[in-house]
Design a protein. Structure first.
Length: 256
């Protein structure tokens, strides 16, 4: 759409939205670990171990991501959920401290680890092997804002709750006949409150009873995926925060 071209056919499905990175948030790395570590989760090894220590017991964390799209055609909102596993070593940086006893040839060295930092999981790295793909952001079908909710799963017992979310939808679309085919057409370049309509969607949300709630973040369609710092000229991808985790979302081309 341009000022001289105020109308055009929507070509959907070329891009999909992906979560491309994930990280626990905050300045307190130990506190972030405590937030998600419960009875059945991996544990931090805090005592001295002879010769070496990975710093962790066996196991991994399971995270669930809920995306609430909204629905223009129905009062029942559309949503998706995606999950992934992460080892503690994917999420937390350790410091190794050595403690020695006795002298050679009886010298013994013990290692203890402490959590000192947070790591970012890059889902664009093929070595990680996880793809978190969501829908094409179709403004004629979905809300102008998507809500992402996160949790760390600890219990297989599922509970259901009903949630109502108020969403805004773009109104500058129409369906027009082209030959014998109806096409969805965007009718002008405008975007904003003057051409938005509000609607509430109801969702049935299924979550586990003892999971750690990592809170929510709402992402507007019009946010830039990449921003340029006017002072340095450097480009940086946009990061979103829930207060417990931080993540990035971007469209990726899936068909040509």
């Amino acid at each position: 759409m341009t000022p001289s071209k105020q109308k055009g056919v929507i070509s959907g499905g070329k891009y999909r939205e992906y979560i491309t990175s994930f990280k626990m948030s905050g300045n307190d790395a130990q506190g972030a670990f405590n937030t998600i570590s419960n009875t059945d989760d991996p544990k931090q090894v805090t005592d001295y171990r002879l010769n070496s220590s990975s710093g962790w017991t066996d196991g991994q964390f399971e995270f669930m991501i809920y995306c609430f799209y909204g629905s223009k055609a129905s009062n029942t909102g559309e949503s998706d959920k995606k999950g992934f596993f992460a080892k503690p070593s994917d999420l937390f940086e350790l410091k190794h401290e050595a403690y020695s006893r006795f002298n050679w040839p009886f010298k013994k060295t013990y290692i203890r680890t402490t959590i000192i930092g947070l790591k970012t999981i890059n889902f664009l790295n093929n070595n990680y092997g996880t793809v978190l793909e969501f829908q094409t952001w179709d403004l004629n079908r979905f809300s102008n804002e998507w809500k992402f909710s996160f949790e760390e799963v600890d219990d297989p017992l599922i509970i259901e709750t009903k949630q109502s979310i108020s969403s805004k939808f773009n109104a500058n679309f129409s369906t027009e006949l082209s030959g014998t085919i109806f096409e969805v057409v965007k009718v002008n370049t405008k975007y904003g409150a003057s051409i938005e309509e509000s609607k509430s969607n109801d969702y049935i949300v299924k979550r586990t009873t003892k999971s750690n709630n990592l809170f929510d973040s709402v992402i507007p369609f019009y946010d830039n995926v990449v921003n340029k710092n006017p002072n340095t000229g450097q480009f940086a991808t946009r990061t979103y925060y829930t207060g417990k985790v931080e993540f990035q979302v971007r469209p990726i081309q899936v068909q040509w």
